[in-house]
Design a protein around this ligand. Structure first.
Ligand SMILES: Cc1cc2nc3c(=O)[nH]c(=O)nc-3n(C[C@H](O)[C@H](O)[C@H](O)COP(=O)(O)OP(=O)(O)OC[C@H]3O[C@@H](n4cnc5c(N)ncnc54)[C@H](O)[C@@H]3O)c2cc1C
Ligand code: FES
Length: 323
């Protein structure tokens, strides 16, 4: 039974337990959200002992070398001493704008801390100051904006999203750490065709990536498909139509699963639509964000339609199983 030492106390990790489960069972609350290795909010550091390689999956080599690992997927194989010494310090910022983008999506703009750098499409981990409840949200803003923009969907019974909708006010402080994630545009190959596909607030990172792409003067064709269950769930429609009017290489297609699609849109299953409309995706760079099941199905579909796995970037919005 491995022993985990944290802040001078020893905790025994049972059988198949992860370090996060072990600490939670002992009443020690480490930050966490997705509990499946996707959001990096539970990243901590091994001060002694070696984290198993699978607990470092998705981390940059520089972090691996410093023994950072993800507590939610770390089943220790020997004794470890762990520390919270965070790779990205927490920042406290004010809410500067709060606006409904549709009935169930709110746009939050936050002060951008000086020196905070990120890539459009990465995500931050937002903390509710009263109890440190932590959730990941993608950045819809770009490096040259003087604010950070988030699009947050109200989830039935959702702790963080309902707090944001109903209680968080303009001028309030929120805390975040990050950025993290590798779903962003790397400049170069400006003639390459791009495919951006998202469901719901999966548009947030895609909107950031799209603006980033234009700031790098990308010349290749860019196809954006944004899907929702029905028309009421779409948002930023006019902004995207305006971007299309400004950039001849952008095609914007709203997609709805049920009911009549808006003008120029399609009705059907998003998973089938991009490859059906575009044919072969050979040579495309693909960005897919939003609902985890749809993201995973689309990854497979795009690969089968000819896109190289190396050119497929994705952010499944994995949700927290419990708190
Ligand atoms: C990398 C990453 C980026 C993300 N970016 C965004 C973003 O830009 N915008 C955004 O709105 N969200 C985003 N999310 C999701 C976000 O982190 C939260 O999971 C979401 O806001 C729900 O949190 P909550 O506290 O309101 O709900 P919770 O209290 O965590 O959940 C309440 C209940 O709803 C269930 N649930 C939660 N979400 C869903 C869902 N989508 N579908 C079905 N059941 C669900 C839970 O299992 C639980 O039973 C992202 C997630 C990840 C991992
Ligand atoms: S990666 Fe561990 S809680 Fe999300």
């Amino acid at each position: 039974m491995p022993t985990i030492t944290f802040e001078g106390q020893e905790y025994f990790c049972a059988g198949d337990e992860t370090i996060l489960e072990c600490m939670t069972r002992h009443g020690v609350l480490l930050p966490s959200s997705c509990q499946s290795g996707a959001c990096q909010s539970c990243m901590i550091r091994a001060l002694e002992g070696t984290p198993p390689p699978e607990s470092q999956s998705g981390l940059k080599d520089t972090l691996k070398q410093q023994n950072f690992f993800l507590a939610c997927i770390c089943k220790p194989t020997g004794d470890m001493s762990i520390g919270l010494s965070s790779v990205s310090p927490r920042k406290t910022v004010k809410v500067t704008e709060k606006e409904l983008l549709n009935e169930s999506v709110v746009r939050l703009r936050l002060e951008r801390p000086s020196g905070f750098s990120y890539r459009a499409g990465q995500f931050i981990n937002l903390l509710r100051p009263s109890d440190e409840l932590t959730r990941s949200y993608s950045l819809a803003s770009i490096e040259s904006d003087d604010f950070l923009e988030l699009h947050i969907k109200r989830v039935p019974e959702g702790k963080m999203s309902n707090w944001v909708f109903d209680e968080l006010q303009l001028g309030d402080d929120v805390v975040f750490f990050g950025p993290a994630g590798d779903c962003f545009y790397i400049s170069g190959r400006i003639e390459q065709p791009l495919l951006l596909v998202g469901t719901g607030t999966g548009l947030a990172p895609l909107y950031g990536i799209l603006r980033d792409v234009f700031s790098h003067r990308h010349t290749g064709p860019i196809h954006l498909f944004h899907a929702s269950l029905a028309t009421a769930g779409l948002y930023l429609e006019q902004t995207l139509r305006d971007l299309h009017a400004e950039h001849a290489n952008l095609t914007y297609t709203p997609v709805v699963l049920h009911g009549e699609p808006p003008e120029g849109g399609l009705q059907g299953n998003l998973v089938d639509i991009p490859s059906h409309v575009l044919g072969s995706l050979s040579g495309y760079r693909v960005f897919i964000c939003g609902d985890p099941a749809i993201v995973n199905a689309l990854r497979q579909k795009c690969f089968l339609a000819g896109a190289s796995m190396q050119d497929i970037y994705s952010d499944p919005f994995v949700f927290s199983p419990h708190d």
